[in-house]
Ligand binder design. Structure first.
Ligand SMILES: CC1=C(O)/C(=C\N=C(/C)C(=O)O)C(COP(=O)(O)O)=CN1
Length: 457
């Protein structure tokens, strides 16, 4: 079977409200054409993000009843710590309530003004947390990783020459850490090969620079290695994960992705001094080291989720469901980032709507039409979210990529839902000339996409 059916059955259902087109037109207008302002219960299929939107298993829900809410030394923490150590291999395990806190805690303790952090591509929060500390986030992804049509099997790879050049240019004293994001969310959910991980590790060791993963979607990255890299077909996902992390010194992790939970994250590292400093700050802003801003039951759910996410039947379904949606679109000529990523299908809005210039937000035009026509929520990753302004002219600098991300929550939607999404997008594609752009009515000074108000041209 090319696309295996769901390797789980449904035990609890959450009825979805079906709204009319008129209702949706009213809602999106009231929301200032900003999809973040739409009430979730008026959305039929929510592909805004795969972060925190997974369905937990009965095993995880059962674990919630075993929450040990002791202030210190909760038994769930030790189960969580032992599970993270087993999979990730790092000595010190520090719970946080989500990934960006892990990033903030790490950068607050290792970055100084003027430092430089190389990465394949920084996700928004990672970049924002680096820049918040007046450091520079440098993206060093291979050139193929910026070409939506290039079929390189590991488009998330770091360009080793670009990495070396950044270290030479700024000097290793201004490079306190090297990051590698698996999979590469901002580049289309693309994986990094084990060979490339070894090469990044060798550069880090050569210069004596700590090497950390942003491990949000680590299990999906391992599945792509198993599927595409010679020598890994017969290895288990756990074995691939253990090898992958053995090349690094630590990781930040949002358990809201490959932890299969709705809240949670952690930092893990071998260096005791960094761990001690970070733990001291954790106690100040998140809570004692055995809970870090989470309830005991959350830690239990993460421990159980980290074991489930390594299951090959789950990953085969997960990756192939995303591929199923992507291939339905690709077959009808809808321009998407290829190969299809692990957690999302990225529509190339610039090629979908060539008649709408970047300054009129083509991605946003597609996002709005998809909601009005079909009640589907997606998100624009391009002019509205990522664009920078030219400091001299104040004019927007069009980003290299103008994408609309269809992020698929884990174990939530069936393949029938995917077919509905595909039909809606294909219908819009056939009538794409009718779509018009937007201008900005209000925008905040930073991360404007969350609060911007737009108006149709
Ligand atoms: C690669 C990466 C992410 O994708 C990420 C969050 N991603 C979101 C929210 C997303 O919609 O993709 C974060 C932040 O995690 P957090 O949303 O704070 O748990 C860090 N790294």
């Amino acid at each position: 079977m090319q696309f295996p059916a769901e390797p789980f059955r449904i035990k609890v259902v959450e009825p979805l409200k079906i709204t009319s087109r008129e209702e949706r037109e009213k809602l999106i207008k009231e929301a200032g054409y900003n999809i973040f302002m739409i009430p979730a219960d008026s959305i039929y299929i929510d592909l805004l993000t795969d972060s925190g939107t997974s369905a937990m298993s009965d095993n995880q829900w059962a674990g919630l009843m075993l929450g040990d809410e002791s202030y210190a030394g909760s038994k769930n923490y030790y189960h969580f710590e032992e599970t993270v150590r087993h999979i990730f291999g790092f000595k010190n395990v520090i719970p946080t309530h989500q990934g960006r806190v892990a990033e903030n805690l790490l950068f607050s303790n290792i970055l100084k003004e003027g430092d430089v952090v190389p990465n394949n591509i920084h996700f928004d929060t990672t970049r924002a947390n680096v820049e918040y500390h007046k450091a520079q986030a440098i993206d060093c992804v291979i050139d193929e990783g910026m070409d939506p049509q290039n079929l390189h099997p590991f488009k998330g790879n770091m360009d080793i020459d670009k990495l070396e050049a950044a270290i030479q240019k700024y000097g290793k004293d201004r490079v306190p850490i090297i990051l590698l994001t698996v999979t590469n969310n901002s580049g289309g959910g693309q994986p990094v090969s084990m060979q490339n991980i070894r090469e990044v590790s060798a550069v880090a060791k050569k210069h004596g620079i700590p090497f950390f993963f942003d491990a949000c979607r680590f299990a999906e990255n391992c599945y792509f290695i198993k599927e595409r890299e010679d020598g890994y077909q017969d290895k288990t996902i756990l074995e691939i994960a253990q090898e992958m992390f053995s090349y690094a010194d630590g990781c930040t992790m949002s358990a809201k992705k490959d932890g299969l939970v709705n809240i949670g994250g952690f930092l893990a590292m071998n260096d005791d001094q960094w761990a001690q400093r970070i733990t001291n700050m954790l106690i100040l802003i998140e809570g004692f080291k055995t809970y870090g801003g989470l309830a005991g039951r959350d830690l239990e759910a993460i421990a159980r989720g980290l074991k489930e996410v390594l299951d090959e039947n789950y990953l085969r379904f997960r990756i192939n469901q995303t591929r199923f949606l992507g291939e339905m679109l690709d077959k009808e000529g809808v321009p998407i980032v290829k190969p299809v990523g692990g957690h999302a299908v990225y529509v190339d809005a610039r090629r979908f709507l060539p008649h709408i210039p970047p300054e009129q937000f083509p991605g946003q035009a597609l996002v709005v039409e998809l909601f009005v026509r079909a009640g589907i929520r997606s998100v624009e990753i391009g002019s509205l979210m990522m664009a920078k302004k030219d400091p001299q002219t104040g004019k927007m600098i069009p980003p290299k990529l103008e994408l609309v991300r269809l992020a698929i929550p884990r174990r939530v939607y069936t393949n029938m839902h995917m077919q509905y999404v595909a039909e809606a997008i294909i219908e819009i594609y056939r009538e794409r000339e009718k779509l018009k752009g937007f201008t900005i009515e209000y925008e905040a000074d930073f991360l404007r996409h969350f609060t911007a108000r737009l108006k149709p041209i």
